[in-house]
Design a protein around this ligand. Structure first.
Ligand SMILES: Nc1ncnc2c1ncn2[C@@H]1O[C@H](COP(=O)(O)OP(=O)(O)OP(=O)(O)O)[C@@H](O)[C@H]1O
Ligand SMILES: [Mg+2]
Length: 282
């Protein structure tokens, strides 16, 4: 609605109050064997444009299921999901795919980059689904996104020639390349050491300050303090919602953090072009 949103300061974002995500009495059942797992059990939730929300809760509480439904990767069993004024239940498969590509960006714990494919080509991928974007523009937009995440000099690297943090930056660039309204992240810092996690949170905070709405799943309380609102799930429903007071500023916290051994390892890996697969923890 506001084309100038991206240029606004975060304080001003708070004055915008357009609801971008609205969920009413959402339920999700999984049928396994003879039984039913009720992963979501009546969730009501509103997220306003420009918010940076953390979805928290213990393992199995329904966080990823919630995010997957918000990302239109899964359909709810019942209930209503309205994204930017559109009722998701009313769309056919193609409309849903197109809306997802246009409005949502995804970042996952395990980066989900294509191997043997350069950073640049990985970031270009979502643009292949948009036939209005021709090859030259595709490259230009992907380069711009990679520059925005601080990877100007890594565009031709393959994923296994990048540190974990750099791979996650590529994934974030890929999530940005269509200029989505909302970024959905599931445990995006889950595979990263503390310093690299804070660097990634600094990047998310910067994107949020430029107007991006972010929904960030994490089970780590420290990470959730970089966001502006925490929504805590338990057994498939919202236990409580709290505004974050004294939000952590990742840039400031990085200044006080010494370089870790993990950072040195990452640099060494990069120099040796060694893959980081063995560092990944499921
Ligand atoms: N595809 C599936 N089939 C069957 N059950 C599922 C499926 N996906 C999730 N579940 C179940 O639904 C519940 C919620 O799972 P979900 O993945 O949303 O939890 P989570 O909060 O993301 O946990 P974690 O922190 O471990 O990632 C769990 O009990 C899980 O076992
Ligand atoms: Mg999960």
């Amino acid at each position: 609605m506001h084309p100038r949103v991206r240029d606004r300061a975060p304080e001003k974002n708070k004055t915008m109050n357009k609801t971008i995500i609205e969920v009413k009495d959402l339920k999700k059942d999984f049928h396994v064997g003879g039984g039913i797992v009720r992963a979501l059990n009546g969730v009501n939730l509103s997220i306003v444009e420009g918010e940076f929300v953390a979805i928290m809760g213990a393992s199995g509480s329904g966080k990823s299921t919630m995010l997957n439904i918000l990302g239109c990767l899964e359909k709810p069993t019942s209930g209503i999901y309205i994204l930017d004024g559109v009722d998701m239940a009313k769309l056919n498969k193609d409309e849903l795919a197109s809306l997802r590509n246009q409005k949502l960006g995804f970042v996952f714990q395990s980066y989900n980059l294509l191997p043997r494919t350069s950073a640049l080509e990985n970031v270009e991928l979502p643009l292949f689904y948009n036939n209005k974007v021709k090859s030259a523009e595709r490259k230009e937009r992907a380069e711009k996104a990679l520059i925005a995440v601080g990877l100007k000099d890594r565009m031709d690297h393959m994923p296994n020639q990048l540190s974990g943090g750099q791979q996650q930056r590529v994934a974030i660039a890929r999530s940005l390349v269509n200029d989505p309204r909302v970024i959905l992240a599931d445990e995006a810092t889950g595979n990263l050491d503390t310093r690299t996690s804070f660097e990634i949170m600094a990047l998310f905070q910067e994107l949020n300050s430029k107007g991006k709405t972010i929904v960030f799943v994490t089970h780590e309380a420290d990470i959730a303090r970089f966001t502006s609102r925490n929504i805590v799930f338990r057994d498939g429903h919202i236990l409580r919602t709290e505004d974050v007071k004294d939000r952590f500023e990742a840039i400031e916290m990085l200044k006080n953090l010494p370089a870790t051994d993990d950072d040195k390892d990452a640099v060494a890996d990069e120099n040796n072009a060694v893959g980081t697969d063995e560092k990944k923890i499921a």
